[in-house]
Design a protein. Structure first.
Lengths: 150, 82, 150, 82
């Protein structure tokens, strides 16, 4: 049921969310937007991805969220390619009867997108270009979902 | 014959995004060992396996996973999406 | 810094969020929208509030969230008066460098708005009108913020 | 003289949203006791204190809080915002 889109173009959250969750008996909508930060004089960012895998990997993450929580709607949009600070990288939206489910599912989706969807960020700044290293804290964030949650 | 794909700094060290390889390797680990023996750029790319991830036919896999029937192997660093 | 608005009119999230978080080095924006559900044939809802207290009570909750997490921006809009199913009741938005702070602050704000801001919901359905009873689970949700969090 | 405000079903049981009261009560609890003694509608509104909350000058307070200097007392059920 959840929709997944991987694209290089920017998108407008308001347009994407028109009618979101309108079909269920939805009481709560949570959205998350990831934005390119300008930390350390970052001038731009490039996001590489694995075209043959990205869509299906995200769809599996969404299916798992829908299995764990009572979601009436779910949307993931993730960009690749070149972006500058302030630009939107991605968005997640979840709709549910209850706020706890909408929040938990959105956080779950974000934690998995961070470490399990095939994207790699490269930052270009005053000291040249560097691939963003995965954070231990992002890997650790997954452990909270492996126990009894959901 | 198997398609081998590289992403991010693995791709940069190897110098190309993909290649077709003739191999007898039975597992991902054996394929890595074989590639390492080829040229310095492979040694550099596969220096530290703990810093690498792999996928078999677009599914995340372990390095000891068998290659039977696999058509596409991908090597890349830990993902940084979101 | 956070903005708080209490009003009876509907609002447009896209308009409210234009420029939201644009001044910090924001990497994450979380929004929560509460929607009137049509459960049990609900035809409309009335939200009563305590005009002299509502604004300042929410401002205190926002100030506490800003004390606990590194927020670059924060917005709370809460309606009162009459609403029908599908209408937006309220919205919370948080902006931070890091997703964990944005999520935690939004959930904290929601938990406190549920039980500590002076609003009371009355539902009108096929069996007449009834004041919505506070849920034990909403009160219990506050306990997780009283320990070491934040 | 103190302003006493009622909200939600407390307001409905009392039958008005606010009134000014002349009282010697030293705490909220004493004020409640005094109001209960007045009429049936107050008894009904203040039947179960565990189902009520109160605020003094627009700040949430306990029922044993003193009324010294307080200008506005509000009584209401547990809040249901969000």
């Amino acid at each position: 049921m959840g929709r997944v889109r991987v694209q290089s173009e920017d998108f407008d959250p308001a347009t994407e969310l028109a009618g979101f969750g309108a079909e269920g008996d939805v009481g709560a909508i949570v959205t998350f937007s990831g934005i390119v930060r300008g930390t350390g004089g970052l001038s731009r960012m490039e996001i590489e991805h694995y075209p043959g895998m990205t869509q299906s990997a995200i769809e599996k993450i969404v299916a798992e969220a829908e299995r764990r929580w009572a979601l009436d709607d779910c949307l993931v949009i993730h960009r690749h390619g070149e972006m500058v600070p302030g630009e939107r990288i991605m968005m997640v939206a979840t709709a549910s009867r209850h706020r706890q489910d909408a929040f938990a599912a959105a956080e779950f989706l974000m934690d998995y997108l961070k470490s399990r969807a095939p994207f790699w960020k490269k930052e270009f700044g005053p000291d040249g270009a560097a691939w963003v290293a995965a954070k231990d804290s992002d890997e650790a964030a997954l452990t909270r979902w492996s126990a009894s949650e959901g | 014959m198997i398609d081998v794909l590289y992403f991010a700094w693995v791709r940069e060290r190897i110098g190309e995004p993909r290649e077709r390889i003739e191999t007898e390797a039975r597992t991902v680990a054996e394929l890595v060992e074989e590639l390492r023996g080829r040229e310095l750029r492979y040694q550099l790319a596969f220096e530290d396996l703990s810093a690498l991830r792999c996928a078999l036919d677009q599914e995340l896999a372990d390095f000891d996973a068998p290659l039977d029937g696999v058509r596409e192997v991908a090597f890349f660093p830990p993902m940084t999406g979101g």
